[in-house]
Design a protein. Structure first.
Length: 202
């Protein structure tokens, strides 16, 4: 127990989650597909800090509607001059939501907490995390969907630095930047600021 509540000290075994969805042509329906995704989560400690790793992927087989494909968890908005968003467990701060759809993909989320803890104004202990996220996928039959989108068929990556318990509050402040193939010349499109409520515990 800590003054902020329960805190995970050690995680000996990885976590694995699996979802499976099957559709049937009944009640006049004309679509039949299989959809599944899996998530692998593991954290481990060394003398250099705490490292977290998430590996996430999924596939869709058959004729599935566009909303049953994978949207790649984009949190950025194309209508804003400045990317500011709230975090999600598997989200990308600089990736535009609703722009990319894939029927198969894989993504990774790598975090490393530095073993340096400090206080700023309040009683909460602050620290810093380095973050690296990436995803790639493809859409096998994009012509089936009469909808304007792009497959994310090159590696999309962003790097970031997250200040845990920002100014000793219950919020984390993250700064992220898009790197690699999808980087543009517009700094604002590549850059994002992200807030996370620490009570969410991820």
């Amino acid at each position: 127990m800590t003054p902020q509540g329960k805190s995970l000290i050690d995680q000996k075994y990885p976590e694995f989650y699996f979802n499976y969805e099957q559709s049937y042509k009944i009640f006049g329906g004309d679509l039949s597909y299989v959809r599944f995704d899996a998530l692998f989560v593991h954290n481990f400690k060394t003398r250099f800090g705490t490292t977290g790793f998430r590996l996430y992927g999924g596939m869709v087989f058959g004729g599935a509607p566009i909303w049953k494909n994978f949207t790649m968890n984009g949190l950025a908005s194309p209508r804003r001059d400045f990317n500011f968003n709230l975090t999600s467990f598997l989200g990308f701060a600089t990736l535009e939501g609703g722009k990319y759809y894939n029927d198969r993909f894989v993504a990774y989320y790598f975090t490393h907490k530095l073993p340096w803890y400090f206080k700023s104004f309040g009683q909460n202990i602050s620290s810093f995390d380095f973050v690296l996220r990436g995803t790639i996928g493809d859409m096998e039959k994009a012509e089936y969907h009469q909808f304007r989108f792009r497959p994310l068929n090159h590696l999309y990556q962003e790097v970031g630095l997250e200040w845990n318990n920002f100014l000793s509050t219950y919020f984390n402040l993250g700064l992220f930047y898009r790197v690699g193939y999808y980087t543009t010349r517009n700094f604002k499109q590549n850059f994002a600021v992200q807030f996370k409520l620490k009570l969410l515990e991820f």
